[in-house]
Design a protein around this ligand. Structure first.
Ligand code: BV8
Ligand code: ZN
Length: 284
């Protein structure tokens, strides 16, 4: 069975290995990394969310116009996503994040990278995995730096709400709040709650963009995994690595507007390409 990385040239594999050993490999992910976890993408085939276009519903205007309808759409998405689990692409990235080799910047709001990091916490049941061709040998691996820096969630989280009045952000769903009809109210000020995601036309949090672009600048290799690269300013992340002389590898079965500028494309699903390219950290 051919491997999705059979055609990856040696100099790129060497650059990936070096980036992993120095903690300078950045994983920039979009909805495609969660496709094999059963979460529809936004723009690919079947990428509609209940025949609703994100551009029509993921906006502050839509929420002002129809808070119940927008809330219910997110409630439906949250319920559907809550049943999904991280796949081997999320778990491989999480293992390397714990080993200090990888940082993660995601556009996704599904929380699967965070869940994968918990499953790969050293000493947890999910820890471990075979060694790999790229895994540094004992003692030569990335310095285990303790807990990985949390992923940058450029577009926020489906599993948190923000109060439209006082701005308070809290984890959601609350145990005792089956609210499906419409947005619940803030426990601090009675303001209307909204999903803590970044809608079209809204600015991303400066602390998120600062960290994302700093990591993109420091990266010698960025993997652009499962993104159509059409949403800005997020899509600027891999371009920032290229501008700094780094390598960008696109992992996507389809071509995207970023493809022409990438160093290399791996036309395969993330769940095959990511473990094949990175393997899992050796046991230092
Ligand atoms: C802003 C959260 C300004 C909500 C989302 C230039 C600069 C700045 C802004 C703009 C600009 N040009 C245009 C804009 C405006 C806009 C924009 O980018 N529009 C696009 C559509 C043209 N940007 C904004 O509005 C941003 N805000 O710029 O504000 C500002 C400044 C100051 C003050 C005020 C305002 C905010 C954008 C954030 C929008 N929120 N989501 C929610 O999720 O409900 S965006 C939405 O798209 C999701 O977050 C998603 O993550 C994101 C990107 O989509 P992808 O992840 O790439 O998913 P997609 O389905 O498109 O592609 C999946 C890919 O996976 C495909 O290529 C497919 O082939 C591949 N695939 C499929 N299966 C697999 C796979 N790959 C690997 N393996 C597989 N198995
Ligand atoms: Zn409030």
């Amino acid at each position: 069975m051919p491997s999705p990385i059979d055609t990856v040239p040696g100099f790129v594999l060497d650059a990936v290995r070096k980036a992993l050993s120095e903690g300078r490999l950045l994983a920039f992910t979009g909805a495609g990394v969660s496709a094999e976890s059963g979460i529809p993408t936004f723009r690919g085939p079947g990428g509609m969310w209940r025949n609703k276009r994100p551009e029509d519903l993921a906006t502050p205007e839509a929420f002002r116009r129809d808070p119940e309808g927008v809330w219910e759409w997110y409630h439906w998405r949250r319920a559907r996503i809550a049943r999904c689990r991280p796949n081997e692409a999320h778990l491989t990235l999480a293992s390397w994040a714990w080993a200090g080799g990888v940082r993660i910047v995601t556009q996704n709001v599904d929380g699967l990278h965070d869940l994968a990091l918990e499953l790969r916490r050293p000493g947890s049941l999910g820890q471990g995995g075979a060694g790999s061709s790229l895994a540094p040998g004992p003692g030569s691996g990335p310095p285990r730096r303790g807990p990985p820096e949390p992923p940058v969630r450029l577009h926020g989280s489906l599993f948190h709400t923000r109060c439209t009045a006082c701005g308070n952000v809290t984890p959601y769903p609350f145990e005792d709040d089956p609210s499906e009809e419409g947005p619940p109210t803030c426990r601090q000020c009675e303001g209307l709650l909204r999903p803590a995601v970044v809608w079209f036309g809204e600015a991303l949090a400066p602390e998120d963009t600062d960290r994302a672009f700093r990591w993109a600048t420091e990266a010698t290799v960025t993997l652009s995994i499962g993104t159509s690269a059409v949403v800005f300013p997020a899509a600027q992340v891999p371009l920032t690595t290229l501008a700094g002389g780094g390598i960008v590898i696109e992992i996507n079965p389809e071509e995207t507007p970023l493809s022409a500028q990438c160093t290399l494309h791996v036309r395969a699903p993330a769940v095959q390409a990511v473990p094949a390219l990175l393997g899992s950290p050796g046991h230092p």
